[in-house]
Design a protein around this ligand. Sequence first.
Ligand SMILES: [Fe+2]
Length: 242
Amino acid sequence: MFDIHSHILPNIDDGAKDLSESLALLKMAQNDGITHMVATPHIHIGRFNNSAKNLYSDIDVLKQEALNAGINLKLAVAAEVRLDIELMGLVMAGQLPFIGKVDSVNYLLLELPHSHVPQGYDKFINWLAKQNIKAIIPHPERNRDIQSNPFYIERLKQLGCDFQLTASSIEGAWGDTAKAISLDMLQKGLVSYVASDAHSVKRRPPLLSNTKKLVSDLIGDFEAQNLFINNPKRLTECLFDE
Ligand SMILES: [Fe+2]
C-alpha cells in the first residue's frame, strides 16, 4: 500500500518529535503492509515555515537512517500546504513541493483550516488551475464548515479538486459526523485517496490495512485497490527513486 500523507520527518512540524519516533513510525507502517510512504510536513505560513529546500535535505537524512535501521520502505517527500493567499508567491517562485504529477498536471496537497472554509477559496483554487496545479483536499471530512454544510464537497469537486480521506475517520476515530461523511463520499465515488495522516505512534499511527478491509466491504475490492494502491501509485510515481 501507499501512504501519501504522513508527518514522519523528525522535529519539523507537529508530527514525529525525533529520529527514534520517525523510525518507530516507519517500522509500524512497514509491518502494516505499507510499501511506499510520502512524508508531507506542514507548510503553514507563520506556523511551520518549511521550505522545499529543507524538506529535500531532511528526507535524504531519513532515507539513510531508515536504511541503517534495516527498514525496507520507499520514502519520498512532498508537503501538506495550508491554504493562504501568501502561497501565491511560493507558487510563482516554484518553491512548493508537489505531491505528484499526472498527465503533466502538478498536484498540491492543499489543506483547509480545520474550523472553516475560508472566503476566496474558490478563487484561489481557480488561480492554481491556471498555473497547471490541481488541488487534493486532505481530510475534508474533518473540516467543521464541511461537516455542517456538505454542499462544500460538491463545490470543491466542481472546482476540480480531488479528495483524500483520513483512514482513521473511516474507522470512527474522528467522531460520527466525520465517519458518516467519509462513508457517504466513498459510496458516491468522490474519494481518490485514503492515507493515514500519521503524526505519532500512539495518537495517529501509520496504519491502513484494517481500513482497507472496511473499504473493501463497503465498496468492493477493486475500488479499495484503487484508493490504497493504484491511484496513489500513479500520482506519486515521479517522487520515488525507481
Ligand atoms: Fe496532515
